[in-house]
Design a protein around this ligand. Sequence first.
Ligand code: SAH
Length: 357
Amino acid sequence: MSTSSSVDSPCVPLLGHTREELRELFGSAGLRPYRADQLLRWIYGRGVLALEDMSDIGRGLRSDLEGRFTTRSLELDALHSSQDGTRKLALRTLDGARIESVIIPDGRRRTVCLSSQIGCSLDCSFCATARLGLGRNLRADEILAQWVEAVRVLAEVEERPTHVVFMGMGEPLLNLANVVRAIRVLTDPQAGGISPRRITVSTAGIVPRIAELGRRTRARLAISLHATTDALRDELVPINRRFPLERLLEACRDYPVARRDRISFEYILLRDVNDSDSDAKRLCALLHGIPAKVNLIPMNEHGGAPYRRPDEARIEGFAEQLAKAHLAVSVRRSRGDDILAACGQLGALAPRTQAPG
Ligand code: SAH
């Protein structure tokens, strides 16, 4: 849609439908189903949202579609570029909530980090998004619109996203239906065209939904672990009180992992809280027998949480302990922290969202 009046448009959003659904929708509207494939290629392949720019769709059909459907699900408010090449997209839903996505270049990779909820309900003690509380789940079209905006931004420099991580705002497994739907579209060769092995869903540990994710997608799994005892994890990641470590790790053992692949375990390093040698030893013991790799994330400091990042020597020392135990480990150097785009900083500047009544 080229007009901004689509904000309160009664039109059906075109984004968010799988190819099968769109074909059916078109069929029942008296349109040829192959038109659905054309549309998907324009939208997800090339980032084109304006029907008038879809040159292989005739004018008559375009105006017919314009009357009934809309391709507008989000507005791009601002694009922030970090010195390290990371870009943060500040987006607004049509009902006025603010969300953020991040594009992270790394060698030849272009990873798009998507948000799954407006705010978050989990209240992890170190995370800026937690301070927002939960606004609502994002719909599949709103999740996919973030991808489309990233495609558009990258197209300007003749690049394309290569990987997707659900590591933006929100807990993806508490919005699983819409996340699964988005993954269907992203992995459709006619639409996003991304292999499911290049899509990672990160969770703080909604245990029953981990198996469901494994049944319904072939996406990779990442676990925000952060602590090696229930006592500490209860404090840092309160959902642990419902789904303690033992159950979480059992769900990981059962998760379908592709050959030569691994589950990622994110471990935030908080100075004097979880960064000791005994923490490292316990971590090795916990992950024993799981095809695991550990991503250490030194705390990205922000105004909303009291924790500090350990010094470089401690970060290296911790990583070394894991490496000595033959655990694959990497330190995630914070990307884009000059524009508050690093892990746990999303939403740091946004106003508090109102939870719906
Ligand atoms: N809710 C999901 C998806 C968010 S992923 C999950 O918890 O996995 C965002 C990642 O950044 C999580 O691993 C989160 O724990 C981590 N994170 C949050 N705040 C952080 C901070 N201040 N510094 C570093 N990492 C942080």
